[in-house]
Design a binder for this molecule. Structure first.
Ligand code: MN
Length: 404
């Protein structure tokens, strides 16, 4: 129950309460909690300067006991009538604020945890060989991405340029990507880190990870195909990675935890499951407003807990603000694929959109939006924030006089 006037089916009711950073019409950026189509100014409502900053990192660094305390307090403020008069003045309408990148991204890692996606990509990138590499079911495969180019939803994406080698050409060419793609992913945000030389156990996931968001790992498939052997993705991915503006705390996902798929073979002991650490999330991918896929996160082979245990297994430091993506979420069916390279069989089967246009890869002006929901209490749903981005044409070369 709440004194707020929220529709019963709101995806952002008082059971969700995700965190973000916003700029009000006047004043400096600050942390907030979303409820319905409003955002609560936490620094003002809680009279706590840790929230009067342009990033959630200082709050996340305070640890899981403090996260739970703040969530309980915000829930009280928004549900008990006696707090209404003091709290209401600190609510802003979402359409009157600017949402910002909610965290200062420390390190960014991207995994490859969907068996369906890895199998589909293996067939497309390495025809004639087994689609899953021999290591795939023994460890969550990942690569280090570029933290500095993680951007918030709404940030335009300039078509990247780079080297690609057309199939019928003898030598590579340089120019704008002609196979620009998306990857629909879920990402985890580390709240409290671990020291150099330590590792985070699978069972410690919930006290280290602050929450989850949606992530679009924009991918230039032509650049990627030419550059990725033998060291993995590089410039085909690092030009931009978009995240949703709201971090949904793990405590809001209490009704979404599910057992991960059966393991065969059993992973090594440091990757052994510690309870239900899979997540029942349903994603939606829209291209220019048309739904083109519904990837099911439930089907992911590796859990977020296993990814964190693996990325720190060698003693690498983890830090407040570390962000790690799940890898493209793809289910077994064609309408559950999380990338255009899968949805169009690498361009061989163009998609017809309801407006009569056809797509293989992204064209300039295209807009991609990812949304997601999770089960909430009593059959309700809670929403993840949406992540959207529009493709801008490649930047023209600077005029000749700039180079003299
Ligand atoms: Mn990815």
């Amino acid at each position: 129950m709440t004194w707020l006037d929220l529709p019963a089916d709101s995806l952002f009711g008082v059971d969700n309460l995700p965190y973000g950073v916003f700029s009000p019409a006047e004043g400096a950026p600050r942390a907030g909690v979303r409820v319905g189509d409003l955002v609560l100014d936490l620094a003002a409502a809680l009279d706590d300067p840790v929230f009067a900053q342009a990033s959630l990192n200082p709050f996340m660094a305070q640890g899981v006991a403090r996260w739970r305390e703040v969530r309980a307090r915000v829930t009280e403020l928004l549900t008990q009538d006696r707090h209404r008069a003091a709290t209401e003045p600190h609510l802003h309408r979402l359409n009157e604020v600017t949402l910002r990148l909610p965290i200062e991204v420390a390190d960014y890692v991207d995994f490859y945890a969907s068996e369906h996606h890895a199998t589909n990509l293996g067939r497309l990138f390495r025809p004639g060989t087994p689609p899953l590499t021999p290591n795939w079911k023994h460890l969550p495969i990942g690569y280090h991405g570029r933290a500095g180019t993680v951007v918030v939803s709404g940030t335009p994406v300039v078509r990247p340029k780079g080297q690609r080698k057309p199939a019928d050409a003898e030598a590579p060419v340089f120019g704008p990507s002609v196979r620009l793609d998306i990857e629909a992913e879920v990402a985890y945000v580390v709240g409290t880190g671990s020291a150099l030389g330590e590792s985070v156990a699978v069972a410690d996931f919930a006290e280290r990870v602050f929450g989850v968001c949606l992530l679009n790992d924009w991918s230039a498939r032509d650049l990627q195909a030419w550059e990725y052997v033998p060291l993995g993705p590089f410039l085909g991915k690092s030009f931009a990675t978009s995240v949703s503006p709201w971090i949904v705390p793990l405590d809001a996902l209490a009704h979404a935890w599910v057992a991960p798929p059966p393991r065969d073979p059993e992973p090594l002991p440091y990757l052994a499951d510690a309870g239900k650490q899979g997540l029942d999330l349903t994603l939606e991918v829209r291209l220019n407003g048309h739904r083109i896929s519904n990837p099911p996160y439930t089907s992911m082979y590796w859990t977020g807990a296993q990814m964190l245990a693996h990325l720190s297994a060698n003693g690498a430091t983890t830090r407040t603000g570390d962000l790690y993506g799940s890898g493209t979420v793809s289910g077994p069916r064609e309408d559950q694929y999380g990338s255009l390279i899968e949805l169009t069989a690498a361009g061989a089967k163009p998609l017809e959109l309801p407006d009569g246009t056809w797509r293989t890869f992204l064209e300039d002006g295209d807009e991609v939006t990812l949304t997601g929901t999770a089960p909430g209490p009593s059959g309700s749903r809670i929403g993840l924030g949406e992540v959207t981005g529009r493709i801008l044409p490649e930047r023209p070369e600077p005029p000749a006089f700039w180079r003299t």
